[in-house]
Ligand binder design. Structure first.
Ligand code: S3P
Length: 165
């Protein structure tokens, strides 16, 4: 089984993803980590040197490969779903949207200097634009605000089990 976690920065995709993978007995893979390992560069440096469109291309190729690959829990960078081709790849997959409120997301990530998007002055607008996209692409949506990761994991397992097919 391939389970894909999507959501804005700070939604807890990595933390919840690791726990969920352990719970399901699957490997955990983070698309940003794969991109960094393969390119030998930090995401922040790719953004700074080659720009966001170049990063999105690498991200699309990586996500496609992972989603079509062996069973795993896969966490995607928050902007992966902005690429239409990536959205197409995700159709039909078990995509779980981890929802986080904007204030809580910022409280969780604001001191992280490795996230290039935190420099954007229109980040709140970007957040608003992405919410319907996350909702549209996912088959399960789970609220994470004020919740412990293990409680989020239990809800995901229950909801995935209840899915048809
Ligand atoms: C991005 C989110 C980041 C990373 C990159 C761009 C985005 O991943 O892929 O900095 O566009 O929201 P996280 O969501 O894991 O922080």
């Amino acid at each position: 089984m391939v389970v894909v976690l999507i959501g804005f920065m700070g939604a807890g995709k990595t933390t919840v993803g690791r726990l969920l993978a352990a719970r399901l007995g699957l490997p955990f893979v983070d698309s940003d980590t794969v991109i960094e390992q393969r390119s030998g560069r930090a995401i922040k440096d790719i953004f700074a040197t080659d720009g966001e469109p170049y990063f999105r291309e690498l991200e699309h190729q990586t996500v496609t490969e992972l989603v079509c690959g062996p069973d795993a829990v896969i966490s995607l960078g928050g902007g992966a779903v902005t690429d239409e081709r990536t959205r197409t790849v995700l159709r039909g997959a078990r995509v779980v949207y981890l929802h986080v409120g904007y204030r809580e997301a910022m409280a969780r990530v604001r001191r992280d200097e490795l996230r290039p998007l935190l420099k954007r002055s229109d980040l709140d607008e970007l957040y608003r634009q992405r919410i319907p996209v996350y909702q549209d692409v996912s088959v399960v949506a789970v609220d994470t605000d004020g919740r412990r990761p293990d409680s989020v994991v239990e809800e995901i397992v229950e909801r995935l089990t209840a899915l048809p097919g």
